[in-house]
Design a protein around this ligand. Structure first.
Ligand SMILES: [Zn+2]
Length: 380
């Protein structure tokens, strides 16, 4: 196999393994075999049917971690795909298959980047590690989070982390994520008294009580965001009440809602402000909160500079730093690593049928990761 197709060859092997969450189907064993050959110490940290790989080369600081996942989302109806989702297929300049963009190409690119970097600089300063889970697309309870707990317990000091999520938009390199918003959900039950609509004095309508409070919450400015984040947003995701009959005042009304919040707010501040509005309107209610993920932010600094410069050198594209999109495993890693950034291929087809990556993006993707290692680890 020529050096030029090393990334393609490895990503094809990974796509051939139908590693739907949480099954890893030995993807990680394949990675570990490659990494051990270039001096990585590999260990499996498994729990609850989830397999995680921690592979490290070197003992000194700084420690640079490439993070990602071998699991993929289910392909959906096979007959909607133009080729088998687990048979990597090249067509019209693209490689098709489940995981092609999210995120087996990034994983293959990590490994090849490490191989080429180590071959060129066998005595490099610092350390390189890979943190790979098979539980990113699922509940994410036995994945990256338990590896982070384990690393913290051992006192491992992480300095920089690059998560290989597909962050690019139209072109490889146009976007990196230097943070992600947090997610906070609530389930609000407003209690009323059920009764006949013709005898409202004998009932208490929770919808009538809820409406003005909800209007106030929906119109609230929670914060104005900051240099890196757009303002925090509130959205109602479900609202229900009533028996289905037109002559019955409902006994309760239930609202599900979600905040996507910036680092200008905290879960505590948002909760306190929602409770204050509900209390002001005199509602009798229960409110259950669930924190889906805390936000993280890596301000401009050595890691963002190293990556942005690597992208420019490889592709000529000037990357934009962005914090949009859903939560990712970056939220767990940011708790033990001061600088975390996400960068990977174009995300237009992720989780869709006919998921694909441009063949011409594979080598540049790996070269960007290798150049980032050079920028961080080689003396300037
Ligand atoms: Zn992903």
């Amino acid at each position: 196999m020529s050096a030029d197709s090393a990334v393609l060859s490895l990503v094809r092997e990974l796509i051939s393994r139908p590693s739907v969450t949480p099954d890893d189907v030995d993807c990680q064993m394949l990675l570990a075999q490659r990494l051990e050959q270039i001096g990585f110490r590999c260990e499996t940290i498994a729990r609850g049917g989830v397999t995680n790989l921690w592979a490290r080369r070197g003992k000194s600081a700084p420690l640079i971690v490439f993070a990602g996942h071998t699991d993929v989302v289910p392909p959906g109806p096979r007959d909607k795909w133009d080729s088998d989702p687990f048979v990597p297929t090249e067509r019209d300049g693209y490689l098709y298959g489940r995981g092609a963009a999210d995120m087996k190409s990034s994983i293959a690119a990590f490994v090849v980047a490490a191989e080429r970097f180590v071959a060129a600089h066998p005595q490099h300063e610092g350390s390189i590690a890979l943190l790979i889970t098979s539980d990113e697309e699922g509940p994410a309870v036995d994945g990256t989070v338990i590896v982070c707990d384990e690393l913290k317990a051992r006192g491992e000091q992480l300095d920089y982390c690059i998560v290989g999520e597909p962050t690019s938009g139209d072109t490889l390199g146009d976007t990196c994520k230097n943070g992600r918003r947090g997610s906070l959900s609530g389930r609000l039950t407003v209690k009323g008294i059920q009764g006949h609509v013709a005898y409202p004095h004998l009932a208490r309508n929770p919808v009538h009580q809820l409406a003005p409070a909800l209007a106030e919450i929906a119109a609230t400015e929670w914060d104005r965001g900051n240099e890196y984040f757009p303002p925090t947003t509130f959205q109602v995701s479900n609202l229900r009440a009533g028996t289905g009959a037109t002559n019955v005042v409902p006994g309760e009304a239930v609202v599900l809602f979600n905040f996507r919040f910036s680092t200008a707010s905290t879960p505590d501040s948002l909760q306190a402000r929602v409770h204050a509005i509900l209390d002001k309107h005199g509602l009798e209610y229960d409110l259950d909160w669930e924190l889906g993920g805390e936000p993280f932010l890596t301000p401009r600094g050595p890691l963002t500079d190293a990556l942005v410069e690597a992208i420019r050198a490889e592709t000529g594209v000037t990357a934009e730093l962005s914090t949009t999109g859903g939560t990712s495993d970056g939220r767990f890693i940011a708790k033990i690593c001061p600088q975390v950034i996400e960068f990977g291929p174009c995300n237009a087809t992720i989780h869709k049928v006919n998921e694909r990556i441009e063949l011409a993006a594979l080598e540049p993707l790996s070269n960007i990761y290798r150049r980032t290692l050079e920028n961080l680890l080689l003396p300037r």
